[in-house]
Ligand binder design. Structure first.
Ligand code: S3P
Length: 161
């Protein structure tokens, strides 16, 4: 399963990995969208972040039992109960890392992420920094992705399995 900050490449890498391993891929955000019929931004705007976090937790609990590749949301590992689910799932937890510069570049034109949309660059970088220890605590493997193509990232993951 893949964890990491927004824009670290979880969705892209999970799709590629799924193709190569011929395994189903679940994107936690997409599972929430499917279940609620609402885009993530709408959920944040209408009900607030806490409500979204509960949906995220409930979806994680439901989905973790399915075999396949899971791309979590950038905030998923922050809740202690979510971290425990990830750590005890038996699946390899892979942290995709990218520099603040890379993340800002990738998120520049993105309007689908409510937190990224409402934060100034410095705030976003501070959030990334504040989350780092949570990510690292969950991760079995960390991959620095800045200088790698998606295929190279996937090759590293495959070599570690
Ligand atoms: C969030 C990351 C998003 C999504 C939501 C909150 C976060 O997922 O779950 O907007 O708190 O970092 P991605 O990491 O896939 O963008």
């Amino acid at each position: 399963m893949l964890i990491g900050f927004m824009g670290s490449g979880k969705t892209t890498i999970s799709q590629l990995l799924g193709k190569i391993l011929a395994k189903p891929v679940v994107d936690l955000d997409q599972a929430i969208v499917k279940q609620t019929g609402s885009e993530i931004t709408k959920i944040f705007n209408r009900h607030g972040e806490q409500y979204f976090r509960q949906l995220e937790h409930d979806s994680l609990k439901r989905i973790i039992t399915e075999s396949g590749i899971l791309a979590t949301g950038g905030g998923t590992p922050l809740r202690a109960d979510n971290a425990e689910i990830l750590e005890t799932s038996g699946a390899k937890v892979i942290l995709l890392e990218a520099s603040g510069e890379t993340i800002l570049e990738r998120l520049k034109t993105d309007c689908s992420r409510p937190l990224a949309k409402q934060m100034a660059k410095q705030q976003l970088l501070a959030l990334k920094q504040a989350r780092q220890s949570h990510y690292q605590q969950c991760a079995d493997l960390t991959i620095q992705t800045d200088k790698l193509t998606p295929k190279e990232v996937v090759a590293k993951i495959l070599a570690s399995l």
